[in-house]
Design a protein. Structure first.
Length: 153
C-alpha cells in the first residue's frame, strides 16, 4: 500500500478506500506487514518458480524493480538490487517465477543479435532452457538471427 501511495500520489486512507471499492475484482493477500493486490484473473495463470516456464527479459529500469521500495520479494540472497546495478544504472534483468535470476544484454553484430544471459547463481537445466527461450523470443521480435551466450555472476 505504501508503494501504491508513493507512485499514485494518494494519501494512505484514500488508497485503502480505493482498494475496498475494487476488492471484488482483485485478490488481496497479506504477508507480514505487506499487502499484495493481484488481478483476479491471475488465478488462472499456471506459473511456477521452479519449472522455469515463466522467464522473461525485462529492460533496464523496469517498473517491476522501480515500483517498490522493498524489493526483497524479487531477490534471493542479501545483495538484492546491488547485484543488478552497475555504475548507478539498473541493468536489464531476467525474471523467472517472479524472481530476479540474472541480468542480460544484447549487442548487434552485423545482421545478428548476440544476447548474453548472466545468471545470479546455479540454475537448473529447465531454468537455463527457459532463459534461452526468452532470448530466442527477443531475437525473433527483432527479426534477427541470434547467438546466445550464458555466463554466471
Amino acid at each position: 500500500m505504501r508503494d501504491f501511495c508513493w507512485w499514485s500520489g494518494l494519501a494512505l486512507k484514500d488508497a485503502r478506500d480505493a482498494l475496498e471499492m475494487v476488492c471484488p475484482d482483485f485478490m488481496v493477500e497479506k504477508a507480514g506487514s505487506h499487502t499484495w493486490v493481484f488481478d483476479a484473473s491471475s488465478r488462472r495463470l499456471k506459473v511456477s518458480s521452479t519449472d522455469g516456464k515463466s522467464t522473461g527479459l525485462l529492460p533496464a529500469f523496469d517498473e517491476m524493480i522501480l515500483s517498490y521500495a522493498d524489493r526483497s520479494a524479487l531477490f534471493d540472497g542479501k545483495d538484492g538490487l546491488q547485484g543488478v546495478v552497475s555504475g548507478g544504472i539498473i541493468r536489464p534483468i531476467i525474471i523467472s517465477g517472479g524472481r530476479v535470476v540474472g541480468t542480460w544484454n544484447r549487442r548487434i553484430e552485423g545482421e545478428k543479435v548476440v544476447v548474453t544471459l548472466t545468471s545470479r547463481g546455479k540454475l537448473a537445466r529447465a531454468a537455463k532452457a527457459s532463459m534461452e527461450e526468452a532470448a530466442r523470443r527477443y531475437a525473433a521480435f527483432l527479426r534477427k538471427p541470434h547467438e546466445i551466450l550464458m555466463t554466471s555472476a
